[in-house]
Design a protein around this ligand. Sequence first.
Ligand code: MTE
Ligand code: MO
Length: 326
Amino acid sequence: MKSRGPLILSAPRILAREITDETLYLRRREFLYSAAVTAGTLALACGPGEVANAGNEPAAPAESGLGKIEKSAYAVDEPTTDFKDATTYNNFYEFGTDKEDPARHAGSLRTRPWSVAIEGEVGKPGVVAYEDLIKPHTLEERTYRLRCVEAWSMVIPWVGIPLGAILKRFDPTSKAKYVEFETLVDKEQMPGQRRNVLDWPYREGLRMDEALHPLAILAVGMYGRELPNQNGAPLRLVVPWKYGFKSIKSIVKIRLRETQPNTTWNDSAPREYGFFANVNPEVDHPRWSQARERRIGDFRRRPTLPFNGYEEVASLYRDMDLRKFF
Ligand SMILES: Nc1nc2c(c(=O)[nH]1)N[C@H]1C(S)=C(S)[C@@H](COP(=O)(O)O)O[C@H]1N2
Ligand SMILES: [Mo]
């Protein structure tokens, strides 16, 4: 454990661990495959990919608990990250600061009953049960890249609802220029909150035009099933053109505002984590380059794309200097 000040999202520490993970992971794959070959019949039925995934598959859609899910046109044409990796390599500091901590400790989070308070610049404020928030909408599958500010990335098939469609139900007023989000605070359910590594509750925010962009979603599931707790159950934001820390998990409050909200990572290290946090290979983090990233499951690093490859959002920032507003 570090002794100096708050923990800060950091690339080098993570990369060192990933290399170990990868070696173990490749060995496990080899082992599973050779075990299958020894078993004979299994090797005839399955290729290496399928065998390596044994035990890692999410529940079948019939048991997903989500009902009907519509495929959407928003799907990157890249292989999705293994379910196992996407659910065991996480950032969710409410459960600890190591990548393995959320999968280990998030079982203590009670995701039902759950409600979300909608406040501020809306004509119809209120506290809404999770089920009532979701019910009027069609769930869509959206396969997006997720680029963490720490320079790793994944491709995740989310299940969710456009954020704008939800916000509009509460009648935003003409003063609603920003949206603020908050995660649950509960030291019993979220043991990582017993330490002041961040200023709880975890808070995030978007400008209203960003929140209304069709790419921004509230996710309730991934890989065809409900969100695992470590991924932000029962409800989390996904903003694929921004660094992952913007995609706040386990949301209990949505507040529409006239002024820009303070956000957790920006408060904790303003020079390192901006409010906008658009993925930008040309603006380095003060302590590491953002030009390349490692896709979890790959060995080589790949170039990072402007806006994480979602350049249709560029028009939202046409008049802004994205080096200044990072
Ligand atoms: N409440 C909360 N939300 C959070 C975080 C967190 O620590 N707490 N971590 C963020 C970061 S840094 C990333 S990269 C993504 C990771 O999402 P995933 O674990 O589902 O891949 O969640 C984001 N949302
Ligand atoms: Mo992140």
